[in-house]
Structure formats: C-alpha cells, structure tokens
Design a binder for this molecule. Structure first.
Ligand SMILES: NC(=O)c1ccc[n+]([C@@H]2O[C@H](COP(=O)([O-])OP(=O)(O)OC[C@H]3O[C@@H](n4cnc5c(N)ncnc54)[C@H](O)[C@@H]3O)[C@@H](O)[C@H]2O)c1
Length: 425
C-alpha cells in the first residue's frame, strides 16, 4: 500500500490501522468536541483526559468509555495537573483545548516530552510566545500544529486544487473575515457573566481571532512557501457593540453596559506580502450578525467568492464577466482528502458533525501522522504566522494604523520551501 492508499484507507476507515494513544487536555466545550471527533476515527485509544475541573474531566472520561474504549486516566484538580499527562510513557499524541493563555506553555512542554502536539486556536498570543514555540520545535524536532479546522473545509480544499492547477492564474489578492457574534454566548455566558475570553476584550485591542479567516488563505497564496507576510497595518473601529448588547439585554445599570472596553468592534488589517500580494482580514465578533467568513481569492484570470458560492474565470466561464456557480467546480476539483472522507465507510454521520466534517478530517490527519510518526498536515511555521496577527495588529492599531514588519518564522526559508499543505495526499 503506498502513502496515498494508506491515508485514504485510514480516513475512510476501510482498513484497520495501528492504534494511536491520545490524551486531551482541557475538556470544556471544544476539548469535548475534539474528543468525540477523535473517538469517531479508527484505531484511537484515549489514554488520558485532563481538566482543571474534575467534573469536566470525569465527564470526558465517561464519554470515552461509553464509546467502547477503556476508561482513560483522569488528571484534574490543579492548573498543573496536565504535567502528569505529559509524563505518561504510553502516549503518542496530545490535543490541547484550554483557554488561550495556556496554549503556548502547554505546547512547549508537550514538545519537550516528545508527544505529537495539536493545539487549539490561536497557538500563541504574543511574539515572545511565538519565538519560544519555534525555538522549542527546532530544538526538539517534535511535530506541533495548531488545530485550524477551516484549512480543512471541503470547499476551501477544492479551491486550493483549482489554484494549484492554475485556473485563477497568478494569485493577487484575498479577503477574509471572522464575522461571528460571540458576545452573547462565548465571551460572556447567556446570563451576562464574563467567561475567560471576555477578559481579553477589556485589556487588548487587536484582531483577537485571526486564524479561522487566515487558515485557507495561507495555502492559497503560498505563504511561507514561495512568499511571506512582509508588513501588516490595522485599524480598529470604536467599541460600541458590547455596551449596547448589555444595555439592550440587561439594562443600562449593568456594569458591562458602562465598562469601557478596549477592543474595537471591527478590526480591519491589511497584509502586504514580499511578492506583492495583498490580504484584507476582518475581526468582527461583537456585533449582532449571522456567521460569515467572506473568503474571496483573486488571481490574474479570475476569482472565487465564497459568500456567493460562485466563480468567474476568464476564458472558461460561459458568460462574459458573469458569475457561475461553484458547485460543479466543487465536484470536479474535489480534494483527495475529501474523496476519502466521502467514502461510505468514513461514516456519513461524521460529515454532518464537527463543522461539516472539517473537524473529522483534521483530527484524522493529526492522528494518522502521530501513528505513522510522519509530518503533520499543517506545520508550526504556518500556525505561528496566523497567530502572530494578534500582536502585530495590536501594535499597528496602537500606532494609528502604521504598517509594522511581520516576523518571519521560516527564518528566510520561505524563498525555497515548497508548498506542502494538502500535497502529501
Ligand atoms: N477550532 C474551533 O472551531 C474552536 C471552536 C471553539 C473554541 N475553540 C478554541 O478552543 C479553546 C477552548 O475553548 P472552549 O470554548 O472549549 O473553552 P471552555 O472554557 O469551554 O473550555 C476550556 C477548558 O479548559 C479547562 N482548563 C482551564 N485551565 C486549565 C488547565 N491549566 N489545565 C487543564 N484544563 C484547564 C477549563 O476548566 C475548561 O473546561 C480556545 O482556545 C478556543 O479558542 C476553537
């Protein structure tokens, strides 16, 4: 069986691969979703779960044993209990889904312990954390990725295939956004109490969540593999949305209706790359609105527009300067990963769950790499590039939109690195 056949059989569960031993650290909302996703994948032994809260960790252990495995060991009760997980010898991989400030410290120690490391978004909050992660990765050689699930979306991977086959010509420009009202359920709970994420709205003004928008863009534009971010400039609107939400929902005397929030409602960042491409990135998470990513990618021959689910390609689209539907292109340029995921053996249920199946694909590829001791589908350099938009945008906003130089986590190797994302398949 060659690499491609093996991967397809693993993704679609048509063969029985060797078992991979996994631990999940942080079993709140996302960690539990990742655990359930991992339990749907073939040949996974969840050997440990860990959460500060004993209740959350025990609930996760019960989910794993109910799924037919043995009961995982439970680590909880202190904010350093996770260190015990990393000491386990019979452990191949760890998924980290704790609050943001824990991501970098936990990932550094997981790499030092030699475990395949998957970390929820963003993997780092500051430049210092980014460099510490990079240095640990270089020193230990332990594979580590950020679990940026939107890079694995079915439509985004078909667009990647179209770009690589030259349909849009040479790439010029992208627009992307994370437009997701999280004030009424994530930064705060339904009763208006602050959750841990809300603290960041009080103390930072930045694009706080740039990775979902940028995930597919990095591979579409060959960032860190032939091109690199050069400068970033960001502007932030005033902060009105959080106050108005609390006023509307809880009355003008609620303390959060009066508090001054540092975080502006909409942050617009503009990246210029070394090779002259431009990218507009929007943070938009505290005004009432439906979910939207607004991906648009444009080249010298045409463009893809995600909200319209449409393309226009000069010389191919039937009507001059008129959109045509994306759906037939989705079929024609289906990525090999998704061909495998759509096999009946992959389990149709899993495609409906976990962000339309993108989570299943991402987690299966992560587990497959850990079991084969091969490269992860997304590398640390790209993971850091996406996350470093947080401190870069904060710096630029503080300088009234001045362009700031963007750190090069490839250490100059972007010139010679070959595109890798989605190619190993
Ligand atoms: N990729 C996605 O689509 C997606 C979706 C939602 C959230 N996320 C990310 O997932 C992460 C977790 O978010 P969430 O919504 O699940 O938060 P959450 O608050 O529901 O879960 C976090 C869990 O971590 C635990 N925890 C805190 N400190 C810990 C420590 N030191 N050791 C062990 N456990 C600890 C908490 O008790 C809690 O159970 C965040 O980084 C978030 O950005 C990603």
């Amino acid at each position: 069986m060659d690499r491609r056949e093996f991967l397809i059989s693993t993704l679609s569960a048509s063969a029985e691969p060797p078992v991979v031993r996994l631990a999940v650290i942080g079993t709140g909302n996302r960690g539990t979703a990742l655990l359930r996703t991992a339990l749907r994948a073939p040949a996974v032994d969840v050997v440990a779960v860990c959460d500060l809260s004993e209740e959350a960790a025990s609930r996760a252990a019960a989910i794993a044993s109910d799924a037919g495995g043995r009961r995982p060991r439970v680590f909880s009760g202190s904010d350093s209990a996770w260190r015990g997980v990393l000491e386990l010898q019979q452990l191949d991989a760890v998924l980290i889904a704790t609050p943001w400030p824990w991501h970098a410290p936990m990932a550094v120690e997981a790499m030092r312990a030699g475990k395949y490391t998957g970390v929820e978004v963003p993997i780092a909050l500051t430049y210092e954390e980014c460099w510490r992660l990079l240095e640990t990765w270089e020193k230990t050689g332990t594979p580590c990725m950020m679990m940026e699930n939107w890079s694995f979306r079915r439509d985004n991977l078909a667009v990647l295939n179209m770009i690589r086959r030259g349909l849009f010509g040479r790439m010029v420009h992208c627009h992307c956004a994370h437009s997701h009202d999280c004030v009424d359920h994530w930064f705060f709970d339904r009763d208006g109490r602050m959750r841990w994420g809300g603290e960041f709205l009080a103390k930072r003004n930045a694009d706080q969540y740039p990775t979902h928008s940028l995930g597919p863009v990095l591979s579409w534009l060959d960032i860190n593999c032939g091109d690199a971010f050069d400068t970033l400039s960001s502007q932030s609107s005033a902060s009105l949305g959080i106050n108005e939400y609390f006023r509307r929902r809880f009355g003008p005397d609620h303390p959060f209706a009066r508090q001054q929030w540092k975080q502006g409602d909409i942050v617009t960042s503009l990246v210029r790359t070394k090779m002259g491409k431009t990218i507009v990135i929007n943070y938009d998470m505290q005004l009432p609105r439906p979910y939207d990513n607004r991906w648009m990618v444009q080249g010298t021959l045409g463009l893809y527009d995600e909200p319209r689910s449409a393309v226009y390609i000069a010389g191919r689209s039937p009507k001059y300067h008129q959109w045509e539907p994306f759906a037939p292109y989705q079929e024609e340029f289906e990525h090999a990963w998704w061909k495998a995921m759509r096999q009946p053996q992959a389990g149709a249920d899993s495609l409906a769950a976990g962000h339309g199946g993108a989570d299943d694909l991402e987690v299966r590829l992560f587990l497959d790499a850990a079991r084969r001791k091969s490269a992860l589908p997304l590398d640390l350099i790209d993971s850091l590039t996406m996350s470093a938009v947080i401190p870069a945008s904060e710096e630029s906003i503080a300088k009234r939109g001045a362009p700031v130089p963007f750190p090069d986590f490839s250490r100059g190797r972007w010139r010679t690195r070959r595109p890798y994302f989605g190619i190993a398949s």
